[in-house]
Ligand binder design. Structure first.
Ligand SMILES: O=C(O)c1cc(=O)[nH]c(=O)n1[C@@H]1O[C@H](COP(=O)(O)O)[C@@H](O)[C@H]1O
Length: 233
């Protein structure tokens, strides 16, 4: 993979309740942020139109809808979302779902990311959900399957970077939420690392929401994370 500049490695989650608030946040963050993630909260209230607009203005967009359904529905959903001009799109890392996503993407440019095990889960949560595997084993299995099926990247905790690199190989992007700068609240995240720890572990992209969006000065928070990434690269 070509060397990605520090600023382009930070993906800011626009987890906001309306487009007006999101546009205000994008204006506030200005040139400090080049890559935005739009998921359920904003996507369901007009966020896809904003995604297209931001992509047209040169921002990179990560559509985080974590698709998972019967194959036909996933393939058609991916085909629809592929028109937006996004860089990344997530699906859950079930083999049937991933195969359908690859089929639905066709020749479109959007890169498909496999969500392995949510960063709000620990081993007890996986057991409660009926999995007979520890989180690390589940992540390894799903990363291997994602590579075999032809996805472009893996979403996991930065704590799993080396096992994912082994399982998925050198060319898949490793994209890690659950990033918490030192001293920031974990909230519902259970598998967290700091930006410097994540970069030192070898991740390609960091997804950060509340530590930036809920900060008193979001632009300063974003700048500080980019500086931390730069130092650790
Ligand atoms: O796919 C994701 O982006 C994702 C996967 C995962 O395992 N954990 C996870 O937190 N996310 C997303 O990453 C963002 C993290 O936000 P914060 O916890 O506020 O930094 C949220 O928008 C989540 O939906």
């Amino acid at each position: 993979m070509t060397k990605i500049p520090a600023r382009d490695r930070l993906i800011v989650a626009l987890d906001l309740a309306d487009v007006t608030a999101a546009e205000r946040a994008v204006r506030t963050l200005g040139d400090s942020v080049a890559f935005y993630k739009i998921g359920y909260e904003l996507g369901f209230v007009g966020g896809l139109t904003l995604a297209e607009k931001l992509a047209g203005e040169g921002k990179q967009i990560f559509l985080d809808f974590k698709l998972h359904d019967i194959g036909n529905t996933v393939a058609r959903g991916v085909a629809s979302l592929a028109r937006i001009g996004a860089t990344f799109l997530t699906v859950h890392a079930y083999p049937q779902t991933m195969r359908a996503a690859v089929e639905g993407r066709g020749d479109a440019d959007v890169k498909l990311l496999a969500v392995t095990a949510l960063t709000s889960y620990d081993d007890a949560d996986a057991a409660e959900a009926g999995y007979g595997l520890a989180i690390r084993d589940l992540v390894r299995l799903r990363a291997e399957q994602a590579r075999t099926i032809g996805l472009d990247g893996i979403v996991c905790s930065a704590a799993e970077t080396s096992l994912v690199r082994d399982a998925a190989g050198p060319s898949l992007a490793i994209v890690t939420p659950g990033i918490r700068p030192a001293g920031s609240a974990a909230g519902d995240q259970k598998r967290t690392l700091t930006p410097a720890e994540a970069i030192s572990a070898g991740v390609d992209y960091l997804v950060v929401g509340r530590p930036i969006m809920a900060a008193k000065d979001p632009k300063a928070a974003a700048d500080s994370i980019v500086a931390e990434i730069e130092t650790a690269l």
